[in-house]
Ligand binder design. Structure first.
Ligand code: C5P
Length: 213
C-alpha cells in the first residue's frame, strides 16, 4: 500500500469531467482516489480506468454479497483498473475471503469495513466491530476501514489488526479530526467533501496535509 501523503481522496462527485479535473488537480497530494457508487453510477465503470491513469484507484463498492457474486464484482472492478477494493466484513468469512482471493489474483488490495463513520453505525456495526476486525484479519485483508469520527475505535481496531493498514473516513464534514485519527492509529485518511466541495480543493487538501505532517 502506498503511504506517502496518507491522504485518500473520496471522489463522490457526479460528473465525469469534474471527477477527472479534481483527480488531476489533486493527484500529487493523495496516495489513492476512492471511487464509489455515486461516480460509477453517474459516469459508468470506465471512469475507474480513466481515473486509474491519473492516480491509483480504490473502488469503494462496499461489496456485500454471497461469495460467487462478490468474486464477480471484484473481478469486474479490478479488471477495469482499480488497485484496491473495499468490501463489507459483516457478510461473513466466506464472502470476504472471496474478495481477498479475487484481489490476490489481480494483484490488488482489499480493505474490509469493520464499522462505518456515520452515527447510525453505532446501532449494529459498533457492537460487532471487534469481531469483524478479527475476522477480517483472519481472512488476510490488507487493511480495514475504521471511523475517524470515533478515534477510540481506531485504537481498538489497531490492537486487533496489528500491522494491517487502517484507512479512516469521517474527517471534516462528518466531524472527525485528521490529527486525532492518525494519532489513534490510522494509516491514511479518507477525505471527500471538505476537499471536493471547497472553493479551492488543492488549498483545502494542503491544509489537511499541513495538519498531519
Ligand atoms: O465527504 P466525506 O469526507 O464525509 O466522505 C467520506 C467517504 O468515506 C465517503 O465516500 C463515504 O462513503 C466513505 N466511507 C465512510 N465510512 C465508512 C466507509 C466509507 O464514510 N466506513
Amino acid at each position: 500500500m502506498i503511504l506517502n501523503s496518507r491522504l485518500i481522496l473520496a471522489l463522490d462527485v457526479l460528473s465525469r469531467d469534474r471527477a477527472l479535473h479534481l483527480a488531476t488537480a489533486l493527484k500529487d497530494r493523495v496516495d489513492y482516489v476512492k471511487v464509489g457508487y455515486p461516480l460509477i453510477l453517474a459516469a459508468g465503470l470506465d471512469i475507474v480506468g480513466e481515473i486509474a491513469r491519473i492516480a491509483p484507484v480504490i473502488a469503494d463498492l462496499k461489496i456485500a454479497d454471497i461469495p460467487n457474486t462478490n468474486t464477480l464484482i471484484c473481478e469486474e472492478v479490478l479488471d477495469s483498473g482499480a488497485a484496491g477494493i473495499i468490501a463489507h466484513a459483516f457478510v461473513g468469512r466466506d464472502s470476504l475471503s472471496a474478495c481477498v482471493e479475487a484481489a490476490r489474483e489481480a494483484g490488488g488490495l482489499v480493505f474490509a469495513v469493520t464499522e462505518m463513520s456515520h452515527p447510525g453505525a453505532e446501532e449494529l456495526m459498533g457492537p460487532a466491530a471487534e469481531r469483524l476486525a478479527r475476522m477480517a484479519a483472519d481472512c488476510g485483508v490488507d487493511g480495514v476501514v475504521a471511523p475517524a469520527t470515533r478515534p477510540e475505535r481506531i485504537s481498538l481496531v489497531r490492537s486487533i489488526v496489528g500491522e494491517r493498514a487502517i484507512i479512516s473516513p469521517g474527517v471534516g464534514v462528518q466531524g472527525g479530526s485528521p490529527s486525532a485519527a492518525l494519532k489513534a492509529g490510522a494509516d491514511s485518511l479518507i477525505v471527500g467533501r471538505s476537499i471536493t466541495e471547497s472553493p479551492n480543493p488543492a488549498a483545502s487538501a494542503d491544509a489537511i496535509l499541513r495538519e498531519i505532517r
